[in-house]
Unconditional design. Structure first.
Ligand SMILES: Nc1nc2c(c(=O)[nH]1)N[C@H]1C(S)=C(S)[C@@H](COP(=O)(O)O)O[C@H]1N2
Ligand SMILES: [Mo]
Length: 452
């Protein structure tokens, strides 16, 4: 690539795909890609991606080849940092393959190929903090949680009492950051540049929040929850919350919303909010408060840290990408959109010459309706093959899928996956509904493989 690119490759493709092709593949700007791909340009693109492109005729103009758009590890480093590559992660108990998106606060995502387990091991589970990481609790069972506000009998419970007094439940459920997929927005949206790895699916053990709220007795005036935790604000200012989000009472009364103390059968690690956190599946991960100390029941929508402005909100009427936001045009992001990922092989995998079939594996999930089907394509979306889905263990679990795809000759292929929910909503080709903080980015996942 030339040294004269001031804009990122993604930006350039969004603004001027013809010129982007010229920069990447060294062709003349006035030639259309169609012509380019039939001529010397096709050879140039083949050279750039490392092999001839059997299905080049189906390749949409202005498409950044997956081999160039994402790093070979699948961690999705955008071209802007293609030279640096992802930093290895170093944190006790965590897989070095996680990609660090931020160090203060600590944020790390799981590359798609590390989400290949049926149940995401704790070592591979993504991390998202807004504030500082508190010290581990020395005596977990004496940790205190308060339930107060619009209730008949406020509760002050220790974790030990909570475990004893309420029914214990274990569910395998997806936890997903509200900003997952943010890096796919053009122009770039504000915040951590997640690819698809701000999500994981673990076994969570705890007691239903609904049972605890019933024990406290909700008043007729109870409208909304407000969550508080022990993590200090990044600035250290004790009058500020690192995060304080909440949800309408009907969501809080669902049976799968848990106050959790165990993850994958082990005591909840400190980095994941131990000794005790909320897990509120289907809606943005920011509702799943870590280091939980208080659930305040309010008579109105909560207005804590992360509830106002454009935080965790999406545009009601579509806005011009990159334009200034009018706060009155936003609604709170609730149910997460449908998303499918290929977890095996990894992006950038090279297969021996002569390989004619490839087995694909992956996962798909959505906010609350369930996944109806998942399809894969090896020819830039010209044809699709339906995958075989394993049904979820329980509501809010993900669906694992498998498929087999034919590769007619050696060369460069892109494998695309698209999931469809039970409402008929399918993943789009590009991140839909641009908004300043980049929520709801669920374009199809694609990986590059090279045969030969
Ligand atoms: N107390 C507290 N809880 C929190 C956060 C936080 O910063 N502080 N981050 C939230 C966000 S934005 C997400 S996506 C999830 C991430 O959970 P994890 O780090 O266990 O993956 O925790 C949520 N709970
Ligand atoms: Mo998040």
């Amino acid at each position: 690539m030339t040294g004269t690119i001031e804009r990122s490759l993604d930006e350039l493709y969004a603004q001027d795909p013809e010129r982007a092709d010229a920069v990447v593949f060294g062709r003349r700007t006035e030639v259309s890609r169609r012509g380019f791909l039939n001529g010397a340009g096709l050879a140039a693109m083949g050279a750039a991606v490392g092999g001839s492109i059997p299905f080049s005729a189906h390749m949409p103009a202005g498409l950044i080849p997956a081999a160039l758009a994402q790093s070979p590890t699948g961690s999705g480093a955008a071209s802007a940092n293609a030279t640096g590559g992802p930093k290895p992660f170093s944190f006790p108990g965590k897989d070095p393959g996680l990609s660090v998106l931020g160090e203060r606060p600590l944020v790390a995502e799981t590359p798609e190929h590390l989400l290949d387990d049926e149940t995401t091991p704790t070592a591979k589970f993504y991390i998202r903090n807004n504030g500082q990481i508190p010290e581990p609790a020395s005596n977990p069972d004496s940790w205190k949680i308060k339930i107060d506000g619009e209730v008949n009998s406020p509760l002050d419970l220790t974790l030990g009492e909570l475990k004893q007094r309420f029914p214990n439940r274990t569910y395998r459920m997806v936890l997903e950051c509200g900003g997952n997929g943010r890096s796919f927005f053009q122009p770039q949206a504000r915040g951590n540049q997640w690819t698809n790895g701000g999500a994981g699916c673990a076994e969570w053990t705890g007691v239903p929040l609904a049972e605890v709220l019933k024990a406290a007795g909700l008043k007729d005036t109870a409208k909304y929850t407000a969550h508080y935790g022990a993590d200090p604000h990044l600035s250290g200012d004790p009058s500020k919350e690192a995060l304080s989000r909440g949800m309408p009472i009907p969501k809080a009364m669902e049976e799968h919303g848990l106050i959790v103390w165990a993850m994958n059968g082990e005591p909840l690690p400190n980095i994941h909010g131990g000794p005790v956190r909320l897990v509120i599946p289907g809606w943005p991960g920011s509702l799943s408060h870590k280091w939980l100390t208080r659930v305040w029941i309010r008579d109105r929508e909560h207005d804590g840290q992360g509830m106002t402005g454009t935080s965790y909100r999406v545009a009601i009427r579509p806005m011009v990408p990159g334009s200034k936001a009018d706060d009155s045009n936003f609604r709170i992001l609730e149910s997460m959109p449908v998303r499918g990922i290929i977890t095996n092989p990894a992006n950038g995998t090279r297969l021996p010459a002569g390989t004619r079939t490839i087995a694909l594996r992956g996962a798909a999930w959505d906010g609350e309706h369930g996944v109806a089907r998942v399809d894969v394509s090896n020819d830039f979306g010209a044809t699709w093959t339906q995958t075989q889905l394993t049904p979820p263990k329980n509501r809010y679990d993900w669906s694992r899928w498998v498929a087999s795809v034919e590769l007619p000759v050696d060369g460069y292929y892109e494998l695309w996956v698209r999931a469809t929910d039970t409402q008929g909503r399918m993943q789009p080709h590009i991140a839909p509904g641009w908004n300043p903080q980049g929520y709801g980015g669920n374009p199809m996942h694609r990986i590059a493989v090279l045969v030969g």
